[in-house]
Design a binder for this molecule. Structure first.
Ligand SMILES: [Zn+2]
Length: 126
């Protein structure tokens, strides 16, 4: 996936247009459960998958740190965007931060999809 596609994908996530289970239910799609496919502990939404909106049920912290600490600094997209705008860095450096985050969103979504379609949950190496 090229950088433009990851940016476009992240904007879809920002606008809550990804087919997360909570979005599918909101759209009236009949699915058996809204439980997250990755951690099986929480409602699958953008904030659950990509941010630490609820520190008890957050996918990203589950996979980022086996000690239970949350590695993601932001609770939602708004906090991330505010942080990027407040950075006192050259424009190209800000673009770099955004690019890293776009890749993070895309990678976690790809992991979520491969989990669903391979019917096996990822295992953290110790
Ligand atoms: Zn999860």
């Amino acid at each position: 996936m090229d950088p433009f596609e990851t940016q476009h994908f992240s904007l879809a996530a920002f606008h809550k247009r990804l087919p997360t289970k909570s979005n599918l239910l909101r759209r009236g799609v009949n699915i058996s459960s809204a439980t997250c496919s990755l951690c099986n502990d929480g409602i699958e939404s953008e904030n659950h998958l990509f941010f630490n909106a609820d520190s008890q049920n957050t996918c990203c912290s589950t996979f980022a740190d086996g000690g239970g600490r949350t590695a993601v600094l932001f609770s939602n997209f708004d906090q991330l965007i505010d942080w990027c705008y407040q950075l006192d860095l050259p424009r190209h450096a800000k673009k770099g931060f955004k690019g890293v985050f776009y890749a993070y969103i895309w990678s976690l979504w790809s992991l979520r999809n491969s989990t669903i379609f391979s019917n096996s949950r990822p295992v953290r190496e110790s």
